[in-house]
Write a protein that binds this ligand. Structure first.
Ligand SMILES: [Zn+2]
Length: 130
């Protein structure tokens, strides 16, 4: 899943991924963020799963001011951030297995997300705890 700038249709192939806290109706939330190399504007895709029926919602290629607003809003909910991820490995990120590590209170303290490449190799991408 690539990010595509709506202004000039530039494909962004290196992105950051943030794992986000649940909100009232949605879980497994993540946001993919890129900066268009041509116009230098941010582009973001928000992915979340509705708790009631498990349906996955993908709001793709949000650009310009809407992207800035979304990123500012979700930065307060970020649990951890991964940087400079190749978009060719993103299908596993979007729909793959999250491994959450919880403390005794049941709060999520760490999330590991493994991404499988086409050869089925597994690797843990660089991440930062927030
Ligand atoms: Zn652009």
């Amino acid at each position: 899943m690539d990010l595509i700038c709506n202004n000039d249709k530039t494909v962004i192939s290196k992105v950051d991924i943030w794992f986000l806290k649940d909100i009232k109706d949605f879980t497994a939330r993540k946001i993919i963020i890129g900066l268009c190399p041509r116009c230098r504007r941010p582009v973001a895709t928000l992915i979340e799963k509705r708790i009631t029926d498990g349906q996955i919602f993908v709001d793709e290629n949000i650009s310009d001011n809407a992207a800035v607003k979304l990123i500012n809003r979700e930065s307060k909910r970020a649990l951890c951030k991964y940087f400079k991820v190749e978009t060719k490995s993103l299908s596993g990120w979007v729909y793959g297995v999250n491994t959450e590590i919880r403390n005794k209170k049941g709060e999520t303290t760490q999330i590991r997300q493994y991404s499988s490449d086409f050869l089925g190799n597994k690797y843990l991408v660089k991440k930062q705890q927030v």
